[in-house]
Design a protein around this ligand. Structure first.
Ligand code: ADP
Ligand code: ZN
Length: 715
């Protein structure tokens, strides 16, 4: 067999199955240690592609991901592959002129194949041939002899024709830039012209017009014949940026979003691969888009946690994008009104070039933010208050003036716990160590549902433990707030945007569109309403329980709260009327809330960095999270202890510090117990190596251990 070229697809045996793999090099050249144990190396059955399938640069990037995030190269390469590549490829075999020659020295299956193909001038698919006992291997051998040709046959689907992407706003290309925009465009174009690796942090307040800046820089790079990649956190939630690019660059843009079928995605992937589309917009996995001559990567809302994948490979789309830009000598622009501590720190230390836009376009003021101390509200009006009198009055005013309001509560459901007044027990998930959340979902009989494993049941009328009839509901989420608001303002059209209300395909896009068109008066929702939306009619933003996120045991709690509040307040006053935000909280003195209300990123950054420094948290130290799962709580703890034992000598040598093992915040998840430990240190490499060595020493634990390098969320 002719050895495959790097990046070609190959068929390899895996147990009893045959799977598609990617050739990354031959065994001699390939560092055996990195490939894992000897038995992970398989013989190739068939070389699928004669040329590179996954471009060299993408193979490089995936291998870097495998190394950095301590996962297998196969996991990383799988993330870089177009979806359903194997199943969507129908190959058709046709005879060549040589294959039509009458006297061929062939026997057996090869001869049969030729006879069959002589009767089929249009060719036969490999599937049809296989049904007649002709294996791909036989065909391959005939192809090598030059007797037949294997071609790929497929119907290409154009996602734009089906109207899957809806335009919400349009951007005028001849618009006059603000001074800050002009300066930003100039600096970024200069960086792009240098044609060398550079990272810029575009720190622009909400409504400063970052999209317009992206467009101008992208236009410049395209003019130079180079391609552009735009990463967004979630396309369904931020359709405006994608539409702006579509409106400006037309069909030179491919948008990869979850509304596409896997067939449409892989067709798009091929068009990009062939160099037919120079602009790609997508979520984190689009960082592997096979663009040629990449000149510019833009990571919009770079602080967004959804860039981090929470399953293997646990990569951060933004960080992989920076590496890709480096490998391809491209410019990368990280945009946000509330940059992550990591990016802020990199800008402060001069590694990234910071470009600031402090003013909104057309000199619109930022929303005026008022804090309502709910402790006083409860004292005056009782503990069941959801909307403070201040927020009620503000909504009243908007409804009278025909303006719109957004109401944020970053917690879903009707009630967040059911509590028995007789025995004190709560209704918990049998599979996870969390309480069930009550949902009405528009139905009469309410259900209690687990937000982790989806286990659900109809809310019982008596306590399942003691049969006591006094079940009390506690806590409230978006569903309750929406119901409360609908009852209080019966004339208003109230919508809700959260994970529960958008299960149906396109539901999110429809809700956002109704809001943009002004059909909805009030939109209640979770963090989903705080993304980069541009609703000119919204003049009021209300935040219920601004401190929801502060209660969790996560060193990023304050950062996330600050970002969420700043972003949501930034949705108000983006049209001709000025905006106002009202923030209800039990901790009005907390620095994340105070700085968010003043929309003062720099002050927050300084305070937060001091905290991270004192506590030795990222970005000042590197962090690795290891979670061990087991059927029972004790083995999870014992196994984690065994890992710690293996790690200890290196920790004692001062390479890093170990924290834990301790039960994870969600100690039981989907029926498994979870114990975690953390490694903190200066050198990621040393920690990564140590963890991999510890796991290698305990092979039967391998499947139950999850390693997360640079964790973003700790459950
Ligand atoms: P950001 O992403 O920085 O929050 P956007 O890019 O959404 O801001 O822009 C906010 C609004 O301002 C959008 O409606 C956009 O069309 C508009 N806009 C952007 N630049 C200009 C400009 N130079 N003149 C007038 N309007 C602008
Ligand atoms: Zn559960």
């Amino acid at each position: 067999m002719i050895p495959p070229v790097r990046g070609a697809r190959v068929s390899v045996p895996l147990g009893k199955r045959v799977v598609t793999g990617i050739a990354v090099g031959n065994v001699e050249a390939w560092d055996r240690e990195r490939a894992g144990t000897e038995d992970m190396l398989k013989d190739v059955i068939e070389v699928v592609d004669d040329e590179t399938f996954l471009p060299e640069a993408i193979v490089e990037l995936a291998l870097w991901v495998a190394e950095y995030y301590a996962c297998g190269p196969g996991d990383a390469l799988a993330a870089a592959m177009p979806p359903a590549t194997a199943s969507k490829t129908i190959r058709v075999a046709t005879l060549t002129a040589q294959g039509h020659e009458p006297e061929l020295p062939l026997k057996g299956r090869q001869r049969e194949a030729i006879e069959l193909l002589k009767g089929a001038p249009e060719g036969l698919t490999t599937v049809a041939l296989a049904a007649r006992g002709i294996s791909p291997d036989v065909l391959k051998r005939l192809a090598v002899k030059g007797l037949l040709a294997l071609a790929r046959d497929r119907v290409e689907r154009d996602p734009f024709r089906s109207g899957a992407v809806s335009a919400v706003t349009t951007i005028a290309t001849d618009r006059l830039l603000t001074d800050e925009q002009r300066h930003a465009v100039q600096s970024l174009q200069d960086m792009a012209d240098a044609r060398s690796f550079g990272v810029a942090l575009l720190q622009g307040v909400t409504g400063s017009g970052k999209t317009e800046v992206y467009l101008r820089v992208a236009a410049r790079v395209l003019e130079q014949g180079r391609s552009v990649l735009l990463l967004v956190p979630e396309i369904a939630l931020t359709p405006a940026v994608a539409s702006a690019f579509r409106d400006t660059f037309g069909d030179r843009v491919a948008v990869q979003h979850s509304g596409l079928s896997s067939g449409e995605r892989s067709d798009q992937w091929r068009r990009i691969r062939r160099g037919e589309v120079p602009v790609v917009i997508g979520t984190r996995s689009a960082v592997f888009a096979p663009l040629k001559d990449l000149g510019l990567i833009i990571v919009d809302e770079e602080h967004d946690a959804s860039y981090k994948q929470d399953e293997t490979p646990r990569y951060h789309g933004r960080d992989v994008a920076v590496m890709r830009a480096k490998q391809e000598n491209a410019l990368i622009v990280l945009g946000s009104a509330t940059p992550s501590l990591e990016s802020g720190h990199n800008a402060a230390s001069g590694r990234y070039q910071r470009i600031v836009m402090q003013r909104r376009v057309q000199d619109r003021p930022l929303a005026a933010v008022a804090i309502v101390d709910m402790r006083q509200e409860y004292a005056a009006r009782g503990p069941d208050v959801i909307l403070s009198s201040c927020l009620e009055a503000a909504i009243d005013a908007r409804m009278n003036a025909g303006q719109q309001a957004l109401v944020l509560l970053n917690r879903r459901g009707l009630a967040t716990a059911v509590f028995c007044r007789q025995c004190g027990s709560t209704l918990d998930c049998p599979n996870c160590s969390v309480s069930l959340i009550i949902h009405a979902d528009g139905r009469e009989r309410h259900r209690a549902r687990c937000h982790y494993c989806n286990h659900s049941l109809i809310v019982p009328t008596a306590c399942p433990k003691c049969a006591g009839p006094y079940l009390e509901r506690r806590g409230f989420g978006t569903e309750r707030v929406a119901a409360e608001i609908a009852a209080r303002w019966p004339g208003a059209v109230v919508g809700r945007l959260d994970r529960d209300s958008v299960r149906r395909k396109n539901a999110a896009a429809e809700i956002l569109k109704s809001m943009a068109l002004g059909t909805l008066d009030i939109l209640v929702g979770t963090q989903m309403i705080a993304k980069g939306h541009d609703f000119p009619g919204v003049t009021l933003v209300g935040v219920i329980s601004a401190d929801v996120g502060l209660g969790v045991a996560d060193f990023r709690a304050a950062e996330r709260t600050f970002q969420l509040l700043t972003q949501v307040a930034g949705r108000a006053g983006r049209g001709s009327e000025p905006g106002e935000a009202i923030v209800q909280t039990l901790y009005p003195e907390h620095y994340s809330i105070l700085h968010a209300c003043r929309q003062n990123y720099d002050a927050f950054f300084a305070d937060e960095l001091r905290y991270r420094e004192t506590m030795r948290y990222p970005p000042l130290t590197a962090l690795v999270n290891v979670v061990v799962r087991a059927r029972d709580a004790r083995s999870a703890l014992t196994d984690a202890g065994t890992l710690v034992h293996h790690l200890r000598s290196r920790a004692e040598a001062g390479q890093f510090r170990i924290l834990g093992p301790a039960p994870a915040p969600v100690a039981k998840l989907k029926g498994e117990y979870r114990v975690q430990l953390f490694l903190k240190g200066r050198h990621r490499g040393a920690m990564r190596e140590a963890v991999l060595a510890a796991i290698a020493a305990e092979p039967d634990m391998r499947r139950r251990v999850a390693v997360d390098i640079d964790p973003v969320s700790i459950l």
